[in-house]
Ligand binder design. Sequence first.
Ligand code: F6P
Length: 382
Amino acid sequence: MPSLLPGRTTSKIQRIGVLTAGGDCPGLNAVIRAVVKSAVQRHGWQVLGIRDGFEGLISGDEAVTPLTIESVYGILSRGGTILGAASRANPFLYTKQQQGSRVSLNVTPRVLDRIGELGLDAVVVIGGDGTMRIARELHEMGAPLVGVPKTIDNDVEGTDYTFGFDTAVSVATEAIDRLRTTAESHHRAMIVEVMGRQAGWIALHSGVAGGADIVLIPERPFDLELVYQHLCRSFETVQRSAIVVVAEGAHAQGDSPMFRRRAGSQDKPRLGGIGEHLAYLLQVRQEEALAAGSEMEWDIRVTVLGHVQRGGTPSSTDRVFATRLGAAAVRLIARGRLGRMVALRGSVLTDLPLSRVARVPRIVPLNCDMVLTAQELGICLG
Ligand code: F6P
């Protein structure tokens, strides 16, 4: 596996761009800062910040801003992105309101022209799996791009790790710790719904870190009866309470993931609601058991962590990792290796073609060490 060690600079780069697409994620500013610092200080390049993801390559001049060492001062520890992000601005399917209805257009020619007009020799595209797929297609059309993967979900194929994940797991773990005190005081079951659309990495890691009793992930549809029985057993132990961590994309066997959608809305449906639904199913099951003579009775509450996991200060691990990725992206550009994504494989920073990344989500393998560890510790995975 090639490691991203310093190599001979082959290119005649003068100006590069950087943009953050998709949802925000702790560590984005650390990448931007690293890109600017190494591009300006090490190579003497100019850097343009492109606002709101690909939107900034579709709109006018106000959508770009020069980035200097001064403009990235103090952003290392800040959450969000100083450039703004837009999950919807996909240049292949750019939606906008036209005469009262929403239309989708392919605006990729505009993006390619804009890169030329701005004199950008390369653009660092920071984003999740959707963004990496857009970057790959734009690169195939001639755009000089390099990718930096991000997402709290940790599910981008091609890299073993994404920045933002560590912070999200810390936030979720702290929430579990806090909920446990109430669970124990009131002898309750507490359900914590965490993010994770297709991959249960956040649920699994925070569940193990927080000592959860039950962890439900999208990769393994759960058996409600198993969950109910395990929950009851938790009340028979010294803790007399239970913590259930459920990923937003988890679902019972035979069911589909739960989505929230406003009636009549054309927006993409959003995952959510499994925490409340699970509480309902467990309560119904408990009522059946009580009617059949069981004396086991507990109360249940649900907490949905939502975007709290994505906001705020990045952990030191995420800051360091994001900084390494930003510097590595600049190194790639300097060596003329465009059309590639920087990645971590094991403990080695490397890069691979955009054509080989983000084709499928990097989900939790059910035989991986984390799953085995959880099971060996007696955590029920449904
Ligand atoms: O991909 C990261 C993620 O946080 C998912 O876990 C979640 O489903 C989604 O983003 C939420 O996106 P939005 O902010 O668009 O609602």
